[in-house]
Design a protein around this ligand. Structure first.
Ligand code: NCD
Length: 337
């Protein structure tokens, strides 16, 4: 990949558009599932078994030798941050972590987001960014366009593309396909960025149906709902677990996103309305239904469900997070061809 650290960035244009992946990840920002098509997903997923082998066999990989990836997290994270860091290290690269820049960097002195990102970009080959405001990953991409790629690790209630990639991979591993599926997504459909990205991914494939189980207040915003339907995803909104289909291919449970609420009262009014407990799994799940969750969970899946083999959130789903991110980062840095 060409390094342009000392060159000028391409001047930002008012109509900055995210690049489409079109089967070529090198140097591209990864901000939204909108950038993807089926071939690009196939190409990414094709790399994953090799990544898995590197990790499981403890191979000493030099794929990212000399590469530095900076992880800038304005919001808390466990899995996303650590699995990205582990991915870089598994492939022989180096990871810098900038956690909570509001408190510990010049952001606390009043430095702008743009200047912070431009500066960090001068010291590394890619930035993985999490930010509480929707649209800020795109903004960062615009600011450093032509210098280094930005990977969106969650922008407020917007998107969380790398999570959706690992989720899609996990579904395909279990169902053997990504088309003609029936799924249930439950919890905070309105604010859940993982849900927003995953739905965009599912909409790329023909014949998928998702049941969105949420309280009225947490439904998908009407614009996205229309958009997904227009793309061909069948959506059925429900607010009662009795209306869930029997034997769906996957359940995707999520936490109500407390940090997006104005006050505790509003949060308490909708929190944990739907619990994926053993009784529900036995009643509505089939032998091949998988129960997923991006985690963290805060009560919506009781711990006793973990021993059910259909509960994949702390098994394949969480591990795939590292394998899929290894492939993603290797492709974006142009080290996997
Ligand atoms: C999710 C997130 O941050 O959006 N966590 C994750 O990255 N796996 C889900 C959540 O916080 O509820």
């Amino acid at each position: 990949m060409i390094r342009r650290h000392e060159g000028e960035p391409l001047s930002p244009t008012p109509e900055f558009n995210l690049p489409r992946i079109d089967g070529d990840f090198e140097g591209k920002h990864i901000v939204s599932l909108e950038q993807f098509d089926i071939n690009s997903l196939d190409y990414l997923f094709y790399q994953v078994p090799t990544m898995k082998e590197i990790a499981l066999d403890r191979q000493e990989s030099h794929l990212l030798k000399g590469d530095i990836v900076t992880h800038v997290f304005y919001e808390p994270s466990t899995r996303t941050r650590v699995s990205f860091q582990a991915s870089v290290e598994q492939l022989g690269g180096r990871a810098i972590i900038v956690e909570n820049p509001q408190a510990f960097s010049s952001v606390s002195k009043g430095e702008s987001f743009e200047d912070t990102i431009r500066t960090l970009a001068a010291y590394c080959d890619a930035i993985v960014l999490r930010h509480p405001e929707e649209g800020f990953a795109k903004k960062a991409a615009e600011v450093v366009n032509g210098i280094i790629p930005i990977i969106n690790a969650g922008d407020g209630v917007g998107e969380h593309p790398s999570q959706a990639l690992l989720d899609l991979f996990t579904v395909s591993e279990h169902a053997g396909k990504l088309n003609g599926l029936t799924g249930v997504m439950a919890g905070d459909i309105k604010n859940g960025r993982t849900v927003h990205s995953l739905m965009r991914g599912l909409a790329l494939y023909p014949g998928n149906t998702v049941y969105l189980l949420s309280p009225n207040q947490l439904r998908l915003n009407p614009k996205d709902l229309e958009d997904m339907k227009r793309k061909g995803l069948s959506i059925i909104e429900i607010d009662n677990p009795d209306d869930m289909p029997i034997n769906a291919d996957f359940w995707y449970w999520t936490r109500v996103q407390k940090e997006r609420f104005e006050n505790e009262e509003e949060y308490n009014a909708v929190n944990n309305r739907f619990i994926a407990d053993q009784a529900l799994l036995d009643k509505k799940g089939g032998p091949n239904t998988i129960l997923m969750h991006p985690l963290p969970r805060v009560g919506e899946i009781p711990y006793e469900v973990d021993k059910d083999p259909r509960a994949v959130y702390l098994r394949s789903q969480v591990r795939n997070g590292m394998y899929v991110r290894m492939a993603l980062i290797g492709l974006v840095l142009g080290r996997i061809k």
